[in-house]
Design a protein around this ligand. Sequence first.
Ligand SMILES: Nc1ncnc2c1ncn2[C@@H]1O[C@H](COP(=O)(O)OP(=O)(O)OP(=O)(O)O)[C@@H](O)[C@H]1O
Length: 224
Amino acid sequence: MMGLSLALRDVSVTADNGRVLLQTGDVDIPAGQTVAVRGPSGAGKSTFLNVIAGLTMPRGGAIHWGDTAFHALSGAARTAFRGQYLSMVFQDHLLFEELGAEQNAAIAAGFSPRDQRATIRAAAKQALMTFGVHRDDLPPVARMSGGERQRVAVARALARTPDVLLADEPTANLDRQTADRLIEDLLVHTKRHNMTLIVVSHDANLIMAVDRVLGVDSGVLRDA
Ligand SMILES: Nc1ncnc2c1ncn2[C@@H]1O[C@H](COP(=O)(O)OP(=O)(O)OP(=O)(O)O)[C@@H](O)[C@H]1O
């Protein structure tokens, strides 16, 4: 596990009507750095996560993850790269609604080599316990509360150890104590495995805990 660096060179994203949604200039994030991204509502934070995850295509500029020219990959290659190196905790969670917390958190086991499955299941269980969503009486995630779903989504992202973790407001909707536990766990896990962490957040405790803070204002990304 090496983590991956991210190099952005003048990446721009525009809406269909030509409005500029994001302009990054040149930004370099070394492998293993933990970075918070903050900015006002509508500033372009989700657009930023989407473009570095390859879910939105830039209009111009270059995105390198490690040695890979990510912006130049075909759609299929981008999807394969994402599956291998990136893990995401996004606001809509993308959980499997009929399954329980443990099956969701350990979902990566189903796509992993046989000899890694037990490790992933154990890590999933551990993460669920840490975040207090490991009771036997919990319903399928379809009927869980917003905060419970959020904790399951983070546990799932941590159950495998990706090179890069991208997260959108992972502590929103959580009480202070649960949020602080999540922050600590997230950072211990990312540092232990030298993962690169890029997290959109307004949480002052999270912002204090990371290596670096970037700001997005009216679509312009820069060190804050
Ligand atoms: N495909 C699109 N076409 C046009 N405008 C878009 C498109 N996608 C996003 N936008 C606009 O781009 C701006 C940035 O949106 P984005 O979701 O990145 O903001 P954000 O900083 O994540 O906001 P929030 O904190 O409210 O989630 C918003 O004004 C949004 O309405």
